[in-house]
Design a protein around this ligand. Sequence first.
Ligand code: T68
Length: 864
Amino acid sequence: SIDNIIPLHCRKVWSKHQVKKFEDNEGFQQRFIGHVETTLARSLYNCDDLAAYEATSLSVRDNLIINWNATQQRITARDPKRVYYLSLEFLMGRALDNALINMEVEKPDGKGMESSRALVSKSLDDLGFRLEDVLEKEPDAALGNGGLGRLAACFVDSMATQNIPAWGYGLRYEYGIFAQKIIDGYQVETPDYWLNFGDPWEIERNEIHVPVTFYGYVDRPSGDTSTLAPSEWIGGERVLAVAYDFPVPGYKTSTVNNLRLWKAKPTTEFDFAKFNSGDYKNSVDQQQRAESITAVLYPNDNFNQGKELRLKQQYFWCAASLHDIIRRFKKSHKPWSEFPEQVAIQLNDTHPTLAVVELQRILVDMEKLDWHAAWDIVVKTFSYTNHTVMQEALEKWPVGLFGKLLPRHLEIIYDVNWFFLKEVEKKFPKDLGLLGRVSIIEEASPERQIRMAFLAIVGSHKVNGVAELHSELIKTTIFQDFVKVYGEKKFTNVTNGITPRRWLKQANPKLAELIGQAIDDPDENYLLDMSRLTELAKKADDPDFQEKWDKVKAANKVQLADLIRDINNGVDIIDREHINNTLFDIQVKRIHEYKRQQMNIFGVIYRYLAIKRLLKEGASIKEVAKKYPRKASIFGGKSAPGYYMAKLIIKLINSVAEVVNNDKEIQDLLKVVFIPDYNVSKAEIIIPASDLSEHISTAGTEASGTSNMKFVMNGGLIIGTVDGANVEITREIGEDNIFLFGNLSENVEELRYNHQFHEAEMPTELDVVLKCIESGKFCPDNASEFRPLTDSIKQHGDYYLVSDDFESYLATQELVDEVYHGQRQEWIKKSILSVANVGFFSSDRCIEEYSETIWNVEPVKPEE
Ligand code: T68
């Protein structure tokens, strides 16, 4: 072990030179200049903002690494149960500002600690840089699609903050989610090569590399032909997984956890057979293919594409991570039976389900445990989070493809299924259909498929949904039969949450400060205990406080208007003079039919036509403004590159914007904006600026949603359907403070059924809108361009029930206008009360629930 390398008498020399963290301006500046001149090999004369960003990050990283080392040593010494969060996506966004907020330094007066942000800002000033400009140089780490990936990022923040001994494991994609350009109204994808200038936050660990095997065949050296016997997998292709570590600092704690991402590299082995046959080029090519495994993130959300390279990514990542976890476990020389007392592994969706099978393979084939003893350990170790009930998103793999890539794993899955089905049969001998319904193997044509969600359930001791409604729905729909088999207790709920450090303090520093003052907590300790926000309620009626509250919102809206001007080549779309009198109505999230951005833009079209009609009837603009006061409809979000309908929705939004924004007659009563390339750092500007945001999915389709929580935490009101976490948000903040509308999830099935048989009955309002679109108003050069969108409602059964919810949507929007423009104080009061009661949605609360009810782990606190 490493302990033996350095002789005792040399350790004295080591400790004499202990590396120190910077704690004041002098210390920071010394490190900064050190990094500029040596690490970056630059100087005072050619240090630009980018170099300043790199040197600042490296200096801050130095401090984090010192805390990281202390954290890891502490955990190794105490050897507690650890959590491993396996997620194919970590949508981290920028790291520097977050580190500055989370990492503390001693206060100048020596009395306690404070965030390091002020110190670094002052230091940079003295060196000739502005922190704001330096922060802008950091590219987003966009290794995720949407909610699922951002949830993982919030969770690692909360786990560090709560001193939970936890590591995240994922993949280090060279290309994150594509950058979105809008050209002539259409989405165009461009590659996100985020590592262009290198990443100062990553620590490459070439010494930590794990060989990973694919293809090949299975042998049973013992001569035992049973697949239950220890077997040998003779792999065909080998690649190396190399570890890259990203420090994850907690807030107001010295704990720094680790996010370990794997990169695929060729092995140093060389195919001499190919070489000798004269095929040198091919033998090199095959090696180079290794790198393609971690080249790119698959850009789909809530959709299963079923590509072989995706399966390869999944196994590569699971195998490397498990190897690493087991290596760590083995250091403590405990028996395998104690593995589940030392290790909890959380599966973020079914993407890491292969880890279940890989652990079984290691225990049986390499560690020679009895098959059932091994399986008992596996089930106690794993737990699985489901994020969707939509069929098209559930992962399935054809057994042919799977067996070719992972022949031994396929055998194990068949065995797992065999024992599982035997158990089911014993329990329910009369239920003939049940076996087929719960089988991990689906007997489908043209080929059998492995149902990964079923495998994850069978291989886990707990399964959770991500909001109450969703957790109930999985029990009555997709996993109904498993509730029958295992009972209710295996299925539980952990409602999602978000980190208030990034989504309040970092995104909205002014509001965070105002709250700190109002609840007499200037050090902002409430960010660790968001239940303290309830004290804000006392101020909800205080006119002075309301005014301050409104001023913060107005300033944030100006910031967003600046961003919108920038993307519009310096030309304002939203009238500057009336910003505080314009309702900012925002819908930012992945573009998906189930999220119903189409309903939102139909509502905008309806409003536009209504304004035009009133004007035509002779009303003055003032009179019109009474009914349809100023509003800016703001959209943002990416579509999966192959998702035709979602892309058409983006095009429609942009085409409507073109017409509406250039219609002089309506003056500035209505504006439509599509913000290109929505990502985490743009969200940090957009979300604090909302008056209203839209969370309007077809009831039962949005498992939770997390941006709904972010908007509420920033004092925005929301309009939404009775879906996902909207339900619990309503319970927490009160139904007077949210604009709910639409059909309930229990009625969705019947409504859909009815669409099939009745001539679609369009509400008049929707009919007007669809006819206008079909007239070519928004696409004069290609009048039928948006036909697929209108047809999907009129001709193809309106699967997402836009026609059923449209009238109540419009009516609720009218109510929004009335309150915002007619009773502004009421509006602000609602906003304050919402924030006062949003505490439940801190991801700290989620992590406590997971720790207590699923992982059974405890914090390891740094000594004071
Ligand atoms: C989201 N899912 C849910 N999936 O849609 C959202 N899918 O309701 C929920 O709040 C959030 O998860 C967190 O629980 C996703 O974001 C994906 O991005 C995804 C990615 C790959 C494959 C399938």
